[in-house]
Design a binder for this molecule. Structure first.
Ligand SMILES: *Cc1c(COP(=O)(O)O)cnc(C)c1O
Length: 400
């Protein structure tokens, strides 16, 4: 298993073709440099790679299956749909792949305390899980609004021994939690490691998170070759910050015949103000240490966003995706709240899988796409997580 991809390395300042960088206060520059240097050193270290492999297999439960959704394919009546089953990872989503990588790095760096931000609580739960595993104290910043909306995940984090701090500023959601975590880091960087949950933030995070998630694409590529004897025509994944998508894409980015499709949350519609379709409706700007596509007002401040899936509810996107969009290597589509819920219910009913609402966005687009394609075409959809966490939200939408 390779965990480290060799393509699209950012330049020395952390820019992917002009996107990304390390746009942080002077005080944080050496902190980011320390992480970048430590990561460069260990990423090819056989001991680190062995540890990653050990926890991937024994703790996360990798590899995850690439599952042919036979009934969904039949009912859709077009291209064959394969599901990469990241929902079967320990803690229920792909986030743990990245958490394990960063925690192992933090340990090598001698850091004694982990902090993280979380929106829906999925990254918070994954981080709390990793910290429990290694006996590290863990503080999770979470917007006060999200604390209210996601009380079950708050309790899960506490069960795992983490401290959860409700952030009472701005919109009291994910973006504010990141700001607060960065402030903690400024004060405590000597002993503290900031474990970022997506392929966003200042260099080296977008590259590092991509590398830790590239296991998704590496496995999927090998698995589809085994199953079909050829590469897929499409690789489709939902995009919040972009970590599960960049993980899947990284397996295929050098295969020019494979079309890469990121699916954003169109919320209540792209013509409303209630969505988080950063690529469709945003423009390049600066957020959380990086120059990247951003939903912003005329002063460059992030706009309020909406999605039925809290995990996609972020006003920016990882820098490498901005590069893939500008170069045309990937395209970015969207699915509405309603389309995601419909796709979710469809998968429940005909495949016996309850997908996360985030993943259901990718699924919704893939189903639409499959209908337009011949039966011999192949689509891989990344099923980034399971939907148990979303049952209360779905219950408000669907009468059974
Ligand atoms: C957090 C989350 C996402 C969105 O994050 P990315 O970094 O864009 O992958 C998608 N799916 C699930 C299940 C999540 O928990």
């Amino acid at each position: 298993m390779t965990y480290i991809s060799k393509y699209s390395t950012p330049d020395a300042q952390g820019y992917f073709n002009g996107f990304g960088g390390q746009i942080v206060p002077d005080l944080l520059k050496p902190v980011m440099e320390e992480i970048a240097e430590a990561y460069e050193k260990i990423k090819t270290d056989p001991e680190f790679i062995r540890e990653m492999k050990y926890y991937a297999e024994k703790f996360i439960g990798r590899e995850t299956p690439l599952y042919f959704a036979e009934r969904l394919t039949k009912e859709t009546g077009g291209a064959k749909i394969y599901l990469k089953r990241e929902d079967l990872c320990h803690t229920g989503a792909h986030k743990i792949n990245n958490v394990m990588g960063q925690i192992l790095l933090a340990r090598k760096m001698g850091k004694k305390r982990i902090i993280a931000e979380t929106g829906a609580g999925q990254h918070g739960v994954a981080t709390a899980t990793g910290c429990a595993l290694f006996g590290l104290p863990c503080t999770v910043y979470m917007g006060a609004e999200d604390v209210k909306r996601q009380s079950l995940n708050v309790f899960r984090m506490k069960m795992l021994g983490a401290e959860v701090i409700a952030v009472e500023r701005g919109q009291k959601t994910l973006s504010d939690a990141v700001d607060e975590a960065l402030e903690d880091l400024v004060k405590n960087y000597r002993d503290t490691f900031y474990l970022i949950g997506s392929a966003v933030g200042p260099h080296p995070y977008p590259m590092m998170v991509r590398d830790f998630q590239s296991v998704i694409g590496t496995e999927a590529r090998r698995q589809i070759l085994e199953a079909e004897g050829r590469l897929p025509d499409y690789a489709v994944a939902c995009v919040g910050g972009g970590s599960n998508a960049i993980g899947l894409f990284s397996g295929f980015v050098n295969d020019s015949s494979v079309r890469l499709v990121g699916v954003e949350a169109a919320g209540k519609g792209l013509d409303t103000n209630e969505h988080c379709a950063t690529m469709a409706k945003g423009a390049p700007g600066v957020l959380h240490g990086a120059y990247t596509y951003l939903l912003q007002d005329e002063n460059g401040r992030p706009l309020p966003t909406h999605s039925i899936s809290a995990g996609l509810d972020y006003p920016a996107v990882g820098a490498e995706h901005s590069m893939l969009k500008e170069t045309g290597r990937a395209v970015y589509e969207s699915a509405t709240d309603k389309e995601a819920v419909d796709a979710c219910m469809k998968l429940c009913r005909i495949e016996g899988i309850i997908p996360a609402l985030e993943s259901s966005h990718a699924l919704a687009y893939a189903i639409k796409l499959a209908k337009t394609l011949d039966k011999d075409r192949l689509i891989i959809v990344n099923l980034s997580g399971r939907g148990d966490k979303d049952v209360d939200i779905i219950r408000e939408y669907v009468r059974l």
